[in-house]
Design a protein around this ligand. Structure first.
Ligand SMILES: Cc1cc2nc3c(=O)[nH]c(=O)nc-3n(C[C@H](O)[C@H](O)[C@H](O)COP(=O)(O)OP(=O)(O)OC[C@H]3O[C@@H](n4cnc5c(N)ncnc54)[C@H](O)[C@@H]3O)c2cc1C
Length: 373
């Protein structure tokens, strides 16, 4: 059986769904194909749910631009559609003179990126906001917040379906063949194989997006699309200590920025969580134990002296789809249409790690502006 379509989106994570909501329209046949039983089972449900301000990323990078724009759009969407969120604000806290100098550089970068209303705080100013933390100076980012990412994805789904888009779950894309002016997409579900013919194809396959690009015949090593998995663990903080801080608390990040350092987030119920760590792994294994508990405890006790070792419990893990090799330089998102690889109408979104949740509506606007039918 072969179905006709105008646009196929591979992957029902926050990025694919945001794009579906953007490109769906009554006069287009749009399908989202998802290999899992439902939406958002991979990176989009294993993250910190932070609406980032856009401080860390290299100026003019897609990460910086889309994070700053996405931040603004996300708050608008939250207000308009009643999506759970809180604009808590965040502190990036320096604990040494060296870190205070790094804080200044970060503040300048954040301002260059357009991150909203950043302030450098002295120790007394910082302590006034958060009396229970240690540190000697901080950046205050008032536009950082938290969001119910599940509700955000449900909102994108509702908007896409309202415009006639369809989502096929348990439908894994296993083949991509370029025809003269279209693509033939082979899909496998529980009952067997079937196919779509589509004019445009948008690869939002997250941790598998390099493999999907490869299905279309792209040499992913040559193109610089090969992904490296970087695992992040989270520990929850019990003993009612969630109320000891009111904002998200971050350390000054390490120089090569594999992650942004073990930080302290709060969820919408006020529960405190530490993480994520960042280390490269070879496979998609989400297991977590107590092996890294001491590392977590030592990382945060200099910021949160009230935390005890026994307050920490392993909670969950997520895995980042990194273009950055172990020990290598930071890489930007890849978001491109592949005409120059003789694949016009094929869009690749690869390496959409943090701040991909924040950036998702801005990514959707950008991809939407490239879609010509
Ligand atoms: C530990 C961690 C913390 C993070 N924290 C934040 C944060 O606080 N703020 C923020 O802005 N960002 C954060 N991020 C980044 C953010 O979560 C991601 O950028 C975003 O969720 C990526 O969404 P996605 O749709 O690209 O990927 P996914 O959600 O993984 O979706 C991809 C989908 O494609 C499907 N798929 C793959 N291959 C196929 C195939 N062949 N056929 C059919 N379907 C397929 C998968 O099943 C999956 O559902 C974090 C990420 C991690 C790992």
């Amino acid at each position: 059986m072969t179905y006709e379509s105008d646009i196929i989106i591979i992957g029902a994570g926050v990025v694919g769904l945001a794009i579906a909501a953007k490109v769906a329209s009554k006069n287009r046949k749009v399908y989202v194909l998802e290999k899992n039983e439902t939406f958002g089972q991979e990176i989009s449900s294993r993250n910190s749910e932070v609406i980032h301000a856009g401080i860390y990323y290299p100026p003019n990078s897609l990460k910086a631009k889309m994070c700053v724009t996405g931040n603004r759009i996300l708050y608008e969407l939250c207000e308009k559609y009643g999506i759970g969120h809180r604009r808590l604000g965040k502190l990036i806290v320096a604990t040494s003179d060296k870190e205070t100098r790094a804080l200044q550089t970060l503040w300048e970068r954040g301002r260059k990126n357009g991150a909203e209303s950043l302030k450098l705080l002295s120790k007394p100013e910082m302590r006034k906001l958060e009396p229970n933390i240690s540190g000697i100076a901080a950046i205050f980012s008032p536009s950082t917040g938290i969001i119910d990412s599940h509700a955000l994805m449900q909102c994108f789904i509702a908007r896409a379906m309202e415009q006639g888009a369809q989502i096929a779950y348990q439908s894994k894309v296993i083949g991509i063949e370029k025809l003269t002016n279209e693509y033939k997409i082979t899909v496998e579900d529980r009952t067997g194989k079937f196919s779509f013919v589509t004019r445009l194809l948008i690869n939002c396959a997250g941790l598998h997006s390099d493999k999907v690009a490869e299905l279309a015949g792209i040499d992913i090593v040559r193109a610089g699309y090969k992904l490296h998995y970087c695992k992040g663990e989270y520990f929850s903080v019990g003993s009612g200590k969630g109320s000891m801080v009111k904002r998200l608390i971050y350390p000054v990040p390490p120089p090569k920025l594999t992650g942004v350092g073990i930080h302290i987030t709060l969820d919408l119920e006020g529960r405190m969580r530490l993480g994520p760590s960042a280390y490269y792994v070879d496979s998609l294994d989400y297991a977590i134990g107590n092996q890294h508990k001491s590392f977590f405890y030592n990382s945060v006790k200099r910021l949160l002296p009230f935390i005890g070792y026994d307050d920490l419990e392993p909670e969950m893990t997520g895995i980042r789809p990194k273009l950055q090799e172990p020990g290598g330089d930071v890489k930007d998102f890849v978001i491109r249409e592949e005409s120059d690889k003789s694949l016009p109408g094929f869009f690749n979104l690869i390496g959409i790690e943090s701040p991909g949740l924040t950036a998702s509506p801005a990514i959707a606007d950008y991809v939407g502006s490239l879609v010509k039918l």
